[in-house]
Design a protein around this ligand. Structure first.
Ligand code: FES
Ligand SMILES: [Fe+2]
Length: 427
Protein backbone atom coordinates (compact mmCIF):
# COMPACT_ATOMS: atom_id res chain seq x y z
CA UNK A 1 0.00 0.00 0.00
CA UNK A 2 1.32 3.47 -0.80
CA UNK A 3 0.17 6.92 0.08
CA UNK A 4 1.64 10.32 0.95
CA UNK A 5 2.18 11.22 4.57
CA UNK A 6 3.08 14.36 6.41
CA UNK A 7 6.62 13.25 7.02
CA UNK A 8 7.51 11.93 3.59
CA UNK A 9 7.44 13.75 0.30
CA UNK A 10 7.40 10.44 -1.51
CA UNK A 11 4.86 7.64 -1.37
CA UNK A 12 6.89 5.01 0.41
CA UNK A 13 6.25 5.15 4.13
CA UNK A 14 9.24 2.97 4.88
CA UNK A 15 11.71 5.47 3.44
CA UNK A 16 11.99 8.63 5.54
CA UNK A 17 13.41 11.44 3.46
CA UNK A 18 13.49 14.30 5.93
CA UNK A 19 16.14 14.60 8.55
CA UNK A 20 14.98 17.41 10.83
CA UNK A 21 11.44 17.11 12.15
CA UNK A 22 9.28 20.21 12.43
CA UNK A 23 11.72 21.95 10.07
CA UNK A 24 10.87 24.13 7.06
CA UNK A 25 10.38 21.11 4.80
CA UNK A 26 7.94 19.68 7.31
CA UNK A 27 6.07 22.97 7.25
CA UNK A 28 5.93 22.99 3.46
CA UNK A 29 4.70 19.41 3.50
CA UNK A 30 2.08 20.33 6.09
CA UNK A 31 0.69 23.03 3.78
CA UNK A 32 0.63 20.63 0.85
CA UNK A 33 -1.05 17.90 2.83
CA UNK A 34 -3.55 20.29 4.40
CA UNK A 35 -4.58 21.34 0.88
CA UNK A 36 -5.02 17.65 -0.01
CA UNK A 37 -7.19 17.11 3.06
CA UNK A 38 -9.34 20.13 2.16
CA UNK A 39 -9.79 18.97 -1.42
CA UNK A 40 -10.58 15.30 -0.82
CA UNK A 41 -14.16 14.02 -1.23
CA UNK A 42 -13.56 10.70 0.54
CA UNK A 43 -10.86 9.13 2.73
CA UNK A 44 -7.61 8.46 0.84
CA UNK A 45 -7.55 5.41 -1.39
CA UNK A 46 -7.04 2.25 0.58
CA UNK A 47 -8.13 3.62 3.95
CA UNK A 48 -9.97 0.69 5.56
CA UNK A 49 -13.50 0.62 6.92
CA UNK A 50 -13.01 0.52 10.68
CA UNK A 51 -15.25 -1.85 12.67
CA UNK A 52 -17.13 -0.30 15.59
CA UNK A 53 -15.15 -0.13 18.84
CA UNK A 54 -16.84 -2.56 21.27
CA UNK A 55 -18.69 -0.89 24.14
CA UNK A 56 -17.28 -3.44 26.59
CA UNK A 57 -13.94 -1.67 26.37
CA UNK A 58 -15.55 1.08 28.45
CA UNK A 59 -17.77 -1.00 30.72
CA UNK A 60 -16.27 -4.48 31.24
CA UNK A 61 -14.61 -4.82 34.69
CA UNK A 62 -12.17 -7.48 33.44
CA UNK A 63 -10.96 -5.22 30.64
CA UNK A 64 -10.61 -2.32 33.08
CA UNK A 65 -8.47 -4.53 35.36
CA UNK A 66 -6.25 -5.39 32.40
CA UNK A 67 -5.81 -1.69 31.67
CA UNK A 68 -4.81 -1.03 35.28
CA UNK A 69 -2.42 -3.95 35.63
CA UNK A 70 -1.00 -4.37 32.14
CA UNK A 71 -1.19 -0.84 30.73
CA UNK A 72 -0.98 1.79 33.47
CA UNK A 73 1.25 -0.25 35.78
CA UNK A 74 3.68 -0.95 32.90
CA UNK A 75 3.69 2.33 30.93
CA UNK A 76 5.82 5.44 31.21
CA UNK A 77 3.49 8.02 32.77
CA UNK A 78 3.99 11.75 33.19
CA UNK A 79 4.71 12.65 36.82
CA UNK A 80 6.24 16.13 37.05
CA UNK A 81 8.47 18.86 35.71
CA UNK A 82 11.90 20.13 36.66
CA UNK A 83 10.46 23.50 37.66
CA UNK A 84 8.31 21.87 40.36
CA UNK A 85 11.41 20.45 42.08
CA UNK A 86 13.85 23.35 41.88
CA UNK A 87 16.14 22.63 44.87
CA UNK A 88 17.98 19.81 46.59
CA UNK A 89 15.36 18.13 48.75
CA UNK A 90 12.38 19.37 46.71
CA UNK A 91 9.72 16.68 46.59
CA UNK A 92 6.36 16.16 44.93
CA UNK A 93 3.79 13.52 45.83
CA UNK A 94 1.99 12.07 42.78
CA UNK A 95 -1.06 9.86 42.38
CA UNK A 96 0.01 7.69 39.44
CA UNK A 97 -3.13 5.74 38.64
CA UNK A 98 -3.70 5.15 42.36
CA UNK A 99 -0.04 4.44 43.18
CA UNK A 100 1.40 6.94 45.70
CA UNK A 101 4.73 7.92 44.15
CA UNK A 102 7.16 10.47 45.48
CA UNK A 103 9.56 12.46 43.27
CA UNK A 104 12.60 13.76 45.16
CA UNK A 105 15.58 15.81 43.99
CA UNK A 106 18.71 14.36 45.57
CA UNK A 107 22.00 15.88 46.71
CA UNK A 108 23.40 15.11 43.25
CA UNK A 109 20.63 17.14 41.57
CA UNK A 110 18.99 14.03 40.11
CA UNK A 111 15.29 13.38 40.52
CA UNK A 112 14.38 9.91 41.79
CA UNK A 113 11.01 8.26 42.37
CA UNK A 114 9.91 6.06 45.26
CA UNK A 115 6.68 4.61 46.53
CA UNK A 116 5.55 6.84 49.37
CA UNK A 117 5.36 3.78 51.61
CA UNK A 118 7.42 3.53 54.77
CA UNK A 119 9.46 0.34 55.18
CA UNK A 120 8.41 0.16 58.84
CA UNK A 121 4.65 -0.40 58.63
CA UNK A 122 3.72 1.07 55.27
CA UNK A 123 2.44 4.49 56.30
CA UNK A 124 2.79 7.37 53.86
CA UNK A 125 6.16 8.95 54.60
CA UNK A 126 5.11 12.43 53.51
CA UNK A 127 1.56 13.74 53.52
CA UNK A 128 2.04 17.17 51.93
CA UNK A 129 1.73 17.17 48.14
CA UNK A 130 5.00 19.10 47.76
CA UNK A 131 7.73 20.70 49.82
CA UNK A 132 11.44 20.72 50.56
CA UNK A 133 13.19 18.54 53.14
CA UNK A 134 16.72 17.63 54.19
CA UNK A 135 15.48 14.20 55.22
CA UNK A 136 12.19 12.43 54.47
CA UNK A 137 10.82 11.67 57.93
CA UNK A 138 7.86 9.33 58.18
CA UNK A 139 4.96 11.05 59.87
CA UNK A 140 3.97 7.84 61.79
CA UNK A 141 7.03 6.83 63.91
CA UNK A 142 9.71 9.12 62.42
CA UNK A 143 11.84 6.71 60.47
CA UNK A 144 14.06 8.99 58.37
CA UNK A 145 15.19 8.47 54.77
CA UNK A 146 17.90 10.46 53.00
CA UNK A 147 17.23 12.13 49.65
CA UNK A 148 18.47 9.04 47.83
CA UNK A 149 15.85 6.95 49.65
CA UNK A 150 18.23 5.14 52.05
CA UNK A 151 17.03 4.50 55.59
CA UNK A 152 19.14 6.87 57.69
CA UNK A 153 17.39 7.15 61.06
CA UNK A 154 15.36 4.74 63.22
CA UNK A 155 14.10 5.95 66.61
CA UNK A 156 14.56 3.33 69.36
CA UNK A 157 16.52 1.14 66.99
CA UNK A 158 17.53 -1.02 70.01
CA UNK A 159 14.01 -2.52 69.98
CA UNK A 160 14.38 -4.09 66.54
CA UNK A 161 16.17 -7.41 66.33
CA UNK A 162 18.35 -7.83 63.25
CA UNK A 163 17.11 -4.72 61.44
CA UNK A 164 19.22 -4.10 58.35
CA UNK A 165 18.98 -0.47 57.28
CA UNK A 166 20.38 -1.07 53.81
CA UNK A 167 17.54 -3.50 53.08
CA UNK A 168 14.91 -1.00 54.14
CA UNK A 169 15.32 1.95 51.77
CA UNK A 170 12.23 3.51 50.20
CA UNK A 171 10.98 1.24 47.39
CA UNK A 172 12.33 2.75 44.14
CA UNK A 173 10.31 3.32 40.98
CA UNK A 174 11.83 3.83 37.51
CA UNK A 175 12.05 7.57 36.78
CA UNK A 176 13.47 9.07 33.57
CA UNK A 177 13.57 12.45 31.90
CA UNK A 178 12.57 13.93 28.53
CA UNK A 179 13.63 17.58 28.48
CA UNK A 180 12.34 18.98 31.77
CA UNK A 181 9.53 16.42 31.93
CA UNK A 182 9.84 13.45 34.30
CA UNK A 183 8.02 10.18 33.73
CA UNK A 184 7.75 7.13 35.99
CA UNK A 185 7.21 3.46 35.24
CA UNK A 186 6.36 0.82 37.84
CA UNK A 187 7.71 -1.95 35.60
CA UNK A 188 11.41 -2.43 36.40
CA UNK A 189 11.86 -4.19 33.05
CA UNK A 190 10.27 -1.46 30.93
CA UNK A 191 12.11 -0.15 27.87
CA UNK A 192 13.91 3.19 28.40
CA UNK A 193 11.63 6.25 28.37
CA UNK A 194 13.06 7.82 25.21
CA UNK A 195 12.57 4.54 23.34
CA UNK A 196 8.95 4.42 24.54
CA UNK A 197 8.37 8.02 23.44
CA UNK A 198 9.95 7.54 20.01
CA UNK A 199 9.50 9.44 17.68
CA UNK A 200 8.29 12.37 19.81
CA UNK A 201 11.74 13.26 21.24
CA UNK A 202 12.96 13.67 17.65
CA UNK A 203 9.87 15.43 16.38
CA UNK A 204 9.61 17.81 19.34
CA UNK A 205 13.29 18.22 20.18
CA UNK A 206 13.15 22.04 20.08
CA UNK A 207 10.11 22.16 22.35
CA UNK A 208 11.66 19.77 24.87
CA UNK A 209 14.93 21.72 25.12
CA UNK A 210 13.17 25.06 25.66
CA UNK A 211 13.19 26.06 29.34
CA UNK A 212 9.64 25.87 30.69
CA UNK A 213 7.98 26.52 34.01
CA UNK A 214 4.75 25.14 35.47
CA UNK A 215 2.46 28.11 36.13
CA UNK A 216 -0.87 26.47 36.95
CA UNK A 217 -2.28 23.03 37.78
CA UNK A 218 -5.94 22.16 37.97
CA UNK A 219 -7.69 18.84 38.62
CA UNK A 220 -11.14 17.81 37.40
CA UNK A 221 -13.06 14.59 38.13
CA UNK A 222 -15.65 13.31 35.63
CA UNK A 223 -17.93 10.26 35.80
CA UNK A 224 -16.80 8.46 32.67
CA UNK A 225 -14.22 5.92 31.53
CA UNK A 226 -10.81 7.50 30.89
CA UNK A 227 -10.92 6.64 27.18
CA UNK A 228 -14.17 8.54 26.63
CA UNK A 229 -12.38 11.55 28.11
CA UNK A 230 -9.31 11.02 25.91
CA UNK A 231 -11.31 10.52 22.74
CA UNK A 232 -12.91 13.96 23.09
CA UNK A 233 -9.45 15.44 22.58
CA UNK A 234 -8.28 13.18 19.78
CA UNK A 235 -10.36 14.73 17.00
CA UNK A 236 -11.69 18.12 15.89
CA UNK A 237 -14.73 16.61 14.15
CA UNK A 238 -16.79 17.90 17.08
CA UNK A 239 -15.36 21.43 17.16
CA UNK A 240 -17.97 23.25 15.07
CA UNK A 241 -20.87 21.57 16.92
CA UNK A 242 -19.70 21.62 20.54
CA UNK A 243 -17.64 24.82 20.42
CA UNK A 244 -19.68 27.06 18.07
CA UNK A 245 -18.64 30.34 19.70
CA UNK A 246 -15.24 29.43 21.20
CA UNK A 247 -12.70 27.37 19.24
CA UNK A 248 -15.14 26.16 16.55
CA UNK A 249 -14.89 29.33 14.42
CA UNK A 250 -11.09 29.45 14.68
CA UNK A 251 -10.19 26.00 13.33
CA UNK A 252 -10.04 24.92 9.70
CA UNK A 253 -11.11 21.38 10.54
CA UNK A 254 -11.34 20.25 6.92
CA UNK A 255 -7.67 21.15 6.44
CA UNK A 256 -6.57 19.26 9.55
CA UNK A 257 -3.58 16.97 9.11
CA UNK A 258 -3.27 13.87 11.32
CA UNK A 259 -0.22 11.67 11.85
CA UNK A 260 -0.07 8.30 13.59
CA UNK A 261 3.26 7.28 15.10
CA UNK A 262 4.76 4.18 16.65
CA UNK A 263 4.03 3.30 20.29
CA UNK A 264 0.49 4.76 20.09
CA UNK A 265 1.62 8.38 19.84
CA UNK A 266 -0.07 10.67 17.33
CA UNK A 267 -0.63 14.30 16.43
CA UNK A 268 -3.18 16.53 14.74
CA UNK A 269 -2.34 19.91 13.18
CA UNK A 270 -5.27 22.20 12.43
CA UNK A 271 -4.81 25.45 10.49
CA UNK A 272 -6.17 28.46 12.39
CA UNK A 273 -8.36 30.82 10.39
CA UNK A 274 -6.70 34.22 10.06
CA UNK A 275 -7.64 36.81 12.68
CA UNK A 276 -9.94 34.56 14.70
CA UNK A 277 -7.86 34.15 17.87
CA UNK A 278 -8.64 36.76 20.47
CA UNK A 279 -7.12 35.56 23.74
CA UNK A 280 -4.09 37.85 23.65
CA UNK A 281 -1.60 35.00 23.44
CA UNK A 282 0.46 36.81 20.78
CA UNK A 283 1.88 39.10 23.46
CA UNK A 284 3.12 36.22 25.64
CA UNK A 285 6.74 35.12 25.76
CA UNK A 286 7.64 32.48 23.16
CA UNK A 287 9.65 29.29 23.66
CA UNK A 288 13.40 29.78 23.48
CA UNK A 289 13.84 27.20 20.72
CA UNK A 290 10.96 27.68 18.36
CA UNK A 291 10.41 25.08 15.62
CA UNK A 292 9.44 26.70 12.27
CA UNK A 293 6.05 25.05 12.40
CA UNK A 294 5.27 26.93 15.59
CA UNK A 295 5.78 30.28 13.85
CA UNK A 296 2.64 29.51 11.90
CA UNK A 297 -0.95 29.84 12.94
CA UNK A 298 -1.48 26.15 13.43
CA UNK A 299 -3.28 24.54 16.34
CA UNK A 300 -1.33 21.38 17.17
CA UNK A 301 -2.44 18.58 19.46
CA UNK A 302 0.09 15.89 20.33
CA UNK A 303 -0.87 12.64 22.02
CA UNK A 304 1.70 11.00 24.27
CA UNK A 305 0.49 7.43 24.69
CA UNK A 306 -1.34 6.46 26.76
CA UNK A 307 -2.67 9.37 28.78
CA UNK A 308 -1.26 12.80 27.85
CA UNK A 309 -2.68 15.17 25.26
CA UNK A 310 -1.08 18.54 24.66
CA UNK A 311 -2.05 21.41 22.39
CA UNK A 312 1.57 22.53 22.17
CA UNK A 313 1.78 26.25 21.54
CA UNK A 314 4.76 28.53 21.01
CA UNK A 315 3.48 30.79 23.81
CA UNK A 316 2.89 28.17 26.45
CA UNK A 317 0.56 25.18 26.61
CA UNK A 318 -1.10 22.68 28.92
CA UNK A 319 -0.55 18.95 29.38
CA UNK A 320 -3.90 17.22 29.81
CA UNK A 321 -3.11 14.11 31.86
CA UNK A 322 -5.83 11.48 32.29
CA UNK A 323 -5.97 8.99 35.17
CA UNK A 324 -8.51 6.19 35.54
CA UNK A 325 -9.96 6.29 39.06
CA UNK A 326 -12.64 3.66 38.42
CA UNK A 327 -14.14 2.05 35.35
CA UNK A 328 -16.52 5.01 35.11
CA UNK A 329 -14.51 7.75 36.79
CA UNK A 330 -11.54 9.76 35.52
CA UNK A 331 -9.28 12.41 36.96
CA UNK A 332 -7.90 15.03 34.61
CA UNK A 333 -4.84 17.06 35.62
CA UNK A 334 -4.40 20.21 33.53
CA UNK A 335 -0.79 21.37 33.89
CA UNK A 336 0.11 24.69 32.22
CA UNK A 337 3.66 25.42 31.07
CA UNK A 338 4.99 28.88 30.18
CA UNK A 339 8.32 29.72 28.59
CA UNK A 340 10.65 30.33 31.54
CA UNK A 341 10.97 34.05 32.20
CA UNK A 342 13.73 34.13 34.80
CA UNK A 343 13.38 36.19 37.96
CA UNK A 344 10.23 37.82 39.32
CA UNK A 345 6.52 37.09 38.95
CA UNK A 346 4.98 35.68 35.78
CA UNK A 347 4.91 38.47 33.17
CA UNK A 348 1.55 39.29 31.57
CA UNK A 349 -0.32 37.64 34.43
CA UNK A 350 -3.65 39.20 33.37
CA UNK A 351 -3.34 37.91 29.83
CA UNK A 352 -2.46 34.46 31.14
CA UNK A 353 -5.52 34.53 33.39
CA UNK A 354 -7.73 35.48 30.46
CA UNK A 355 -6.24 32.65 28.43
CA UNK A 356 -6.72 30.07 31.19
CA UNK A 357 -10.32 31.22 31.75
CA UNK A 358 -11.04 30.87 28.06
CA UNK A 359 -9.50 27.40 28.04
CA UNK A 360 -11.72 26.38 30.99
CA UNK A 361 -14.75 27.59 29.07
CA UNK A 362 -13.83 25.36 26.12
CA UNK A 363 -13.20 22.43 28.46
CA UNK A 364 -16.63 22.93 30.07
CA UNK A 365 -18.15 22.52 26.63
CA UNK A 366 -16.25 19.23 26.20
CA UNK A 367 -17.14 17.87 29.66
CA UNK A 368 -20.92 18.04 29.04
CA UNK A 369 -21.01 14.95 26.82
CA UNK A 370 -18.75 12.67 28.81
CA UNK A 371 -21.00 11.30 31.57
CA UNK A 372 -24.01 10.85 29.23
CA UNK A 373 -21.80 8.85 26.84
CA UNK A 374 -20.78 6.57 29.73
CA UNK A 375 -24.46 6.01 30.58
CA UNK A 376 -25.25 5.23 26.93
CA UNK A 377 -22.56 2.59 26.95
CA UNK A 378 -23.68 1.02 30.20
CA UNK A 379 -27.17 0.56 28.82
CA UNK A 380 -25.81 -0.53 25.44
CA UNK A 381 -27.96 2.18 23.94
CA UNK A 382 -25.95 1.94 20.77
CA UNK A 383 -24.07 -0.93 19.21
CA UNK A 384 -20.51 0.41 19.27
CA UNK A 385 -18.34 3.43 18.63
CA UNK A 386 -18.26 4.29 14.91
CA UNK A 387 -14.85 5.74 14.01
CA UNK A 388 -14.23 7.65 10.78
CA UNK A 389 -11.07 8.67 8.90
CA UNK A 390 -10.58 11.95 10.77
CA UNK A 391 -11.14 10.15 14.09
CA UNK A 392 -8.43 7.59 13.34
CA UNK A 393 -6.21 8.71 16.26
CA UNK A 394 -8.86 7.09 18.48
CA UNK A 395 -8.51 3.74 16.70
CA UNK A 396 -4.72 3.99 16.86
CA UNK A 397 -4.74 4.53 20.64
CA UNK A 398 -7.10 1.57 21.16
CA UNK A 399 -4.95 -0.67 18.97
CA UNK A 400 -1.88 0.23 21.02
CA UNK A 401 -3.72 -0.37 24.29
CA UNK A 402 -4.23 -3.92 23.06
CA UNK A 403 -0.61 -4.22 21.90
CA UNK A 404 0.70 -3.20 25.32
CA UNK A 405 -1.78 -5.35 27.25
CA UNK A 406 -1.29 -8.29 24.88
CA UNK A 407 -4.24 -9.24 22.68
CA UNK A 408 -4.21 -12.80 24.05
CA UNK A 409 -5.25 -11.54 27.46
CA UNK A 410 -8.29 -9.69 26.06
CA UNK A 411 -11.67 -11.32 25.40
CA UNK A 412 -11.95 -11.83 21.67
CA UNK A 413 -15.11 -9.73 21.37
CA UNK A 414 -13.34 -6.74 22.91
CA UNK A 415 -10.13 -6.74 20.86
CA UNK A 416 -9.13 -3.90 18.53
CA UNK A 417 -6.80 -5.12 15.78
CA UNK A 418 -3.95 -2.96 14.52
CA UNK A 419 -5.41 -2.49 11.05
CA UNK A 420 -3.94 1.01 10.69
CA UNK A 421 -0.32 -0.10 11.06
CA UNK A 422 0.36 0.70 7.39
CA UNK A 423 -0.76 4.28 8.07
CA UNK A 424 1.83 4.88 10.76
CA UNK A 425 4.51 7.41 9.78
CA UNK A 426 8.19 6.84 10.44
CA UNK A 427 10.66 9.57 11.34
S1 FES B 1 5.24 3.44 59.47
FE1 FES B 1 6.79 4.88 59.04
S2 FES B 1 7.91 5.05 60.83
FE2 FES B 1 6.37 3.62 61.30
FE1 LIG C 1 -13.46 19.94 22.29
Amino acid sequence: MTRCTLLHNCCDVTTPTWGVPLDLDYLARFRERSAEETARVAPPEGFPALPDLPLGRYTDPAFYELERQQLFARSWLYAGHDSELPDTGSYKLCDIGGAPILLVRGEDGRIRAFYNACRHRGAPVVKETCGTARMLVCQFHSWGYDLEGQLARVPDERDFVGLCRTDRGLPPVRCEQWGGWWFVNQDPDAMPLLEWLDPLPTLLADVARSPLRVIDTKTVHIGCNWKIFAEGFLEVYHARTIHPTTVGPTLDTRGTVISLFDHGHQNMLSPVKAGTRNDGRETLRTLEHLPPLMHEDINPAHGIFPNVISPLDARGFPFLVLWPEAIDRTRLDIVWFAADWGEGPLPDGEIWQKRLDRFDLVMDEDYRNLEPIQRSMEFAAHSGQAINYQERRIWHVHAWIDKVIGADRIAEALRVPDILSDWVEKI
